[in-house]
Design a protein around this ligand. Structure first.
Ligand code: ATP
Ligand code: MG
Length: 427
C-alpha cells in the first residue's frame, strides 16, 4: 500500500475540466468572432511584468497593490508580479512597440489574472478575463461602442438579465475636489465607520462608497455625489454618452456609488451586473483612463477599456441553463484483431482526407466490439465504423447508425467516404 500523499492544486486556482470546457469555448469563440467583426486586434502580453508597472498604473493604495499581488524577486533580484489585470500590460506593450502611433487603435487580450483574494464562489486567485481597449478616441462614441459590443456579446452567448451600471468620475481635478468633500462627510461621522473605512478616509475615500457593510449604508447614501462635482465638459461628455445609449436602445442604471477599484480611471466607469450569482455580481467592468498611457511613458493618448470575468460568465451560462452547441464526433472507428488494428489509422486518415470537417475518433481501448460500441455511443457519435479481421481481409467495413434501430450494413472501404459524408448531412 502506498502512503504517498497526492498533490493538490493551489487554493483559489482551478482546473477547468473537460465537462465545462464547452462553455469556455462558447464564450471564447463568440468573443473572438465579435471582436474581429468590430475591428479589434488581439494582443498577447506576458503574464509576468515588472512590479513597478502595476504600482504606477493601478495605484499604491488600492486593494490590488496593497494586498493582492503575487510579487516575487527573480534570480536576478528583480521584483516581478503575476499580472492582476491586463490593461496595464496592454498599454505597456502598445507604448513599447509604437502601436499607438495609429490613432483609434482597438485591441483585446485574453488570459489568466492573479490576485491573492479570499477564494469564494465567483472569486478566485487565478481567474480569466477578456480585456478590450480603444486608444486615441476622446469622444463618448468609444464608451458607446464598448457598451453596444458587450450587449451584442451577451446576446450571442444567450445570456440575459444583465444590468448596465454607469457613473462618471471626472478628471483627476474633479476627483480631488470630490475626495475632499467625501473626507469631510465621512470624518464628521467617523465613529459610524468600520475600521476598514476609517483607514480609507486617509488612503482611498472613494472606496468607502463601495462598502457592503449594512451598518454604513445610510451614511453612504447621504454622502455627496460625484455628479455634483462634474464640470461642464465632463457633464457634456456623460450626457452625450447617455444620448447615444438611449438612441441605441441600451437601458442603464446611473449608480453614483460605482467608483471601481483602480486609480487610473478618469471619466466614465461602467459595470454589467447580475443578481443571479450571489455576492459576486459584476461580470464586466471598465472605464475611461485618459492619463494612463502618458503615465506609463507614452505620448498622451485618451483610452478606454473593460474586462469581462470569464468564470462568472461561465457560471451565468450554467445558472441560466443556456444550451451550448454540441460538438460530438460524427463517427467512431473501432477495430478488432491485429490486422484490423494495423489498418485502422490508415483508413481513418483516408477518410479525414476525403471528408472535409469530419470529426472522427479512433477507438484506443481494448475489449469486445460490444464494449467499443458502448464507448462510441457514449461519445455522442452518429455512426460507428467497425473493422474486424474478416472485413480487414476483404477491404470492407461494418457501419452502424448509433441513432437509429437500423441493422448494421457492410460497405467497401472505398465507398466509406461518401457514406460518412452523407451521414454528416443527415443531422
Ligand atoms: P469585484 O468588485 O468583484 O472584486 P473588480 O472590480 O475587482 O471586481 P475588475 O478588476 O474590474 O474587478 O475586473 C473585471 C472583472 O473581472 C470583474 O467584473 C469580475 O467579473 C472579474 N474578476 C475580478 N476579480 C476576480 C476574481 N478574484 N475572481 C474571479 N473573477 C474576478
Ligand atoms: Mg476586486
Amino acid at each position: 500500500m502506498s502512503a504517498i500523499r497526492a498533490i493538490r492544486a493551489v487554493r483559489g486556482m482551478n482546473d477547468i475540466l473537460p465537462d465545462v470546457i464547452g462553455a469556455w469555448h462558447h464564450v471564447e469563440r463568440n468573443a473572438r468572432d465579435l471582436l474581429a467583426a468590430y475591428g479589434y486586434e488581439e494582443i498577447r502580453p506576458p503574464m509576468v511584468e515588472r512590479t513597478e508597472l502595476f504600482r504606477r498604473s493601478i495605484g499604491e493604495v488600492t486593494d490590488i497593490v496593497e494586498k493582492e499581488m503575487y510579487t516575487f524577486d527573480d534570480r536576478n533580484s528583480e521584483s516581478l508580479t503575476l499580472r492582476p489585470e491586463c490593461t496595464a500590460s496592454v498599454v505597456r506593450a502598445a507604448v513599447e512597440h509604437g502601436l499607438l502611433r495609429t490613432p483609434g487603435r482597438r485591441m483585446w487580450a485574453m488570459g489568466p489574472m492573479f490576485r491573492y483574494e479570499r477564494p469564494q464562489k465567483g472569486r478566485y486567485r487565478q481567474f480569466h478575463q477578456i480585456d478590450v481597449e480603444i486608444f486615441g478616441v476622446a469622444a463618448p462614441s468609444a464608451e458607446a461602442e464598448l457598451i453596444v459590443l458587450t450587449r451584442r456579446l451577451w446576446r450571442a452567448l444567450g445570456i440575459n438579465g444583465l444590468t448596465l451600471e454607469l457613473n462618471s468620475l471626472g478628471s483627476p481635478d474633479i476627483q480631488a475636489r470630490y475626495r475632499a468633500r467625501l473626507v469631510d462627510h465621512f470624518s464628521a461621522h467617523s465613529s459610524a465607520l468600520d475600521a476598514d473605512s476609517q483607514r480609507r478616509i486617509r488612503t482611498n475615500p472613494l472606496r468607502i462608497l463601495d462598502s457592503k457593510n449594512p451598518a454604513m449604508q445610510g451614511l453612504i447614501e447621504e454622502a455627496p455625489r460625484i455628479v455634483e462635482e462634474l464640470d461642464a465638459d465632463a457633464r457634456a461628455h456623460f450626457d452625450e454618452l447617455l444620448a447615444m445609449l438611449d438612441e441605441a436602445g441600451v437601458p442603464y442604471r446611473l449608480n453614483h456609488r460605482l467608483v471601481r477599484g483602480l486609480d487610473y480611471y478618469t471619466g466614465t466607469v461602467f459595470e454589467w451586473t447580475t443578481d443571479a450569482l450571489g455576492a459576486q455580481g459584476a461580470v464586466c467592468g471598465g472605464g475611461r483612463y485618459d492619463n494612463l498611457v502618458a503615465e506609463i511613458g507614452g505620448a498622451a493618448t485618451p483610452a478606454i477599456g473593460f474586462a469581462i470575468g470569464l468564470e462568472r460568465l461561465v457560471a451565468l451560462l450554467e445558472v441560466q441553463s443556456v444550451e451550448l452547441p454540441v460538438v460530438a464526433p460524427h463517427a467512431y472507428l473501432a477495430s478488432a484483431g491485429t490486422r484490423a488494428a494495423i489498418l485502422a489509422h490508415a483508413v481513418a486518415e483516408r477518410l479525414r482526407d476525403a471528408v472535409p470537417d469530419l470529426r472522427l475518433v479512433v477507438d484506443a481501448g481494448s475489449g469486445s466490439f460490444k464494449a467499443k460500441l458502448k464507448r462510441a455511443d457514449r461519445c455522442g457519435a452518429r455512426i460507428a465504423l467497425l473493422l474486424g479481421e474478416e472485413e480487414a481481409r476483404v477491404g470492407q467495413m461494418a457501419v452502424k447508425d448509433l441513432r437509429s434501430r437500423e441493422p448494421q450494413s457492410v460497405v467497401a472501404i472505398d465507398e466509406l467516404a461518401g457514406l460518412v459524408a452523407r451521414s454528416m448531412g443527415a443531422g
